[in-house]
Ligand binder design. Structure first.
Ligand code: 3NM
Ligand code: MG
Length: 518
């Protein structure tokens, strides 16, 4: 087998410790895994003596050869030489790539563990055949992991490989299993460059049936996750084209009456439920994560609103996100006050790391706090802008665009002008009224409105999000202008009226309200 032709798609790393291998026989596990579809095997044993290592490696090589799959040895060039297997995998604390290459020659496969861009660069320049990118998620299998890099970290590495037109192959490692494999493959993609595969230890070695586990993983890494099916990443509209879709989207909400499942804060539950009803959705305010599985099956959308986050609440959000991702139903995340406290910053990280979010909606500082380098930014209160930063329109546009590109989703940054993008064009929406800022919960209710739109119109979440913004903000304008509205207090009931009236008018074909879109 030529080393350039090696298939890294399901890369098994072995572990001989009782905690993972149990009482199973390592050779039987590897053979079962190969039957299940494993395409590359690394023998990793940090404890055994050299003699025993060589003996086991020899047996494993006899097995992998039958399946035409390469066997690599972790760290030990001497063992690889002794058994004449296909190569080695070296970590950052092991012997250098140059030394290993000298000993093994050009035809050997040499892989290197990388967790920073610097290490990746060194590995590429040094002639690595592939890199093992990690640690993606915290894992009990390796207790001395240095960096947990998340899917975002993997994506940065792929971005580098793509930009440098590198031919070095890549797999990622750390906490990969059947629940996240397809998501990791899809979400880490950068500039059309995908991982060549995933590397797993416990997902196969600790499995009761390693063959079935490998089969399952083989299928999952080739299948896009449920939530990816409706993403039109390439979509780009002229503004007028989006406006043409708006009535269709509002009608879809009216006809489907989608579930809007709100996990929201105590302040806004009542008004959010009323807003959902009047835009035509069916609201449920359910903060208990265990319910999410059943609710996700009803075909609606989830709103995760971090307004009054608690440790228990956070665990509930994470459960619900997993359930909605699994069902392929959309999620809106409202990172209320994301930068205000350490608790919220870390909650945001966990929420964004827990799964795929279809739409992130927040004010300037909240959106900035969701960006990889914005996590440091301090925020004064839940409604303030980023401090010490002079954000002009160009900067705001690039912040939302970069975040949407990174997340492969839709990002909405609200303000006097709202910015919406799926990572391509940034659309500015200038509608709304100052009364929205004088009543509590109106930002949160926009998240609820968007959830109704994307649940009813999942085939185009960008257009659905913009439809939600226009419906919502034009209703505010119409309400504020009414004679019976004399301030923020009388505004609230009038606003609910106008949300309702816009929906009915649209269903009846009266689109006069939409002429106010700007
Ligand atoms: N290397 P599991 S993480 C062997 O980050 C190894 O370099 C890692 O085990 C790294 O698939 C890891 O059971 C263990 O999470 C991965
Ligand atoms: Mg090592």
């Amino acid at each position: 087998m030529r080393k350039q032709d090696v298939d890294y798609s399901l890369y098994l790393v072995t572990d001989s410790t009782p905690a993972i291998l149990g009482t199973k026989d390592i050779c039987q596990v590897v053979e079962a895994a190969l039957k299940g579809g494993v395409t590359c095997v690394q023998y990793r044993d940090k404890k055994s003596e050299t003699g025993a290592l060589i003996e086991t490696a020899r047996k494993l090589h006899a097995i992998t050869k039958k399946y035409h799959v390469p066997l690599l040895i972790n760290d030990r060039v001497d063992v690889a030489l002794a058994v004449e297997c296909e190569g080695v995998h070296i970590g950052q604390d092991d012997m250098t790539l140059v030394t290993a290459r000298k000993s093994l020659g050009q035809d050997a496969i040499i892989g290197v563990t990388v967790s920073t861009l610097e290490e990746l660069d060194t590995a590429c320049r040094g002639g690595a055949d592939y890199v093992g990118i990690g640690t993606v998620f915290a894992t009990a299998t390796k207790d001395d992991t240095k960096h947990i890099i998340g899917i975002e970290g993997v994506q940065q590495m792929l971005f580098y490989l793509s930009s440098s037109r590198s031919k070095v192959k890549s797999v990622c490692i750390g906490g990969i299993n059947a629940a996240n494999a397809s998501q990791v493959m899809w979400q880490s993609m950068a500039k059309q460059k995908t991982l060549d595969g995933v590397a797993v230890v416990s997902a196969i070695v600790a499995a009761e049936d390693p063959e079935a586990a490998a089969k399952d993983l083989t299928r999952l890494i080739k299948t896009p996750p449920a939530f990816a099916t409706h993403v039109k990443a390439e979509e780009q509209y002229r503004s007028a084209e989006i406006l043409e879709l708006v009535p269709e989207i509002i009608r879809a909400v009216h006809e489907k009456k989608p579930l809007s499942h709100n996990m929201t804060n105590l302040v806004v539950q009542n008004i959010a439920a009323n807003v959902a009803l009047n835009v035509g959705a069916s609201p449920i305010m359910a903060n208990y994560g265990e319910e999410a599985k059943d609710l996700a099956a009803l075909g609606g959308a989830l709103v995760v609103n971090m307004g009054t986050v608690t440790p228990e609440g956070l665990e509930n959000y994470l459960k619900a996100i997993k359930a909605y991702n699994k069902a392929g139903q959309p999620i809106v995340y409202d990172p209320v006050g994301a930068g205000a406290t350490e608790v919220r910053r870390s909650a945001t990280k966990r929420i964004l790391g827990a799964g795929y979010i279809d739409v992130i909606k927040g004010n300037q500082s909240e959106i900035v706090s969701c960006t990889p380098d914005g996590a440091q930014l301090q925020q004064r209160g839940v409604d303030s802008g980023p401090t010490g930063t002079d954000y002009n329109v160009a900067k705001l546009s690039s912040v939302v665009r970069d975040l949407a590109t990174l997340r492969k989703n839709v990002v909405v940054m609200t303000g006097t002008t709202d910015y919406v993008t799926n990572g391509k064009t940034v659309y500015a929406v200038g509608n709304g009224h100052e009364y929205l800022g004088m009543v509590t919960g109106t930002g949160c209710c926009l998240g609820t409105t968007i959830s109704a739109m994307i649940a009813a119109y999942p085939q185009d979440k960008l257009a659905a999000t913009i439809a939600g913004l226009l419906h919502y903000e034009i209703a505010a304008e119409l309400a504020a202008e009414r004679d019976d509205v004399r301030g923020p207090g009388t505004f609230v009931p009038a606003f609910l009226d106008e949300l309702y009236r816009i929906r009915l008018a649209t269903v009846q074909g009266d689109l006069a309200w939409l002429k106010r879109a700007n």
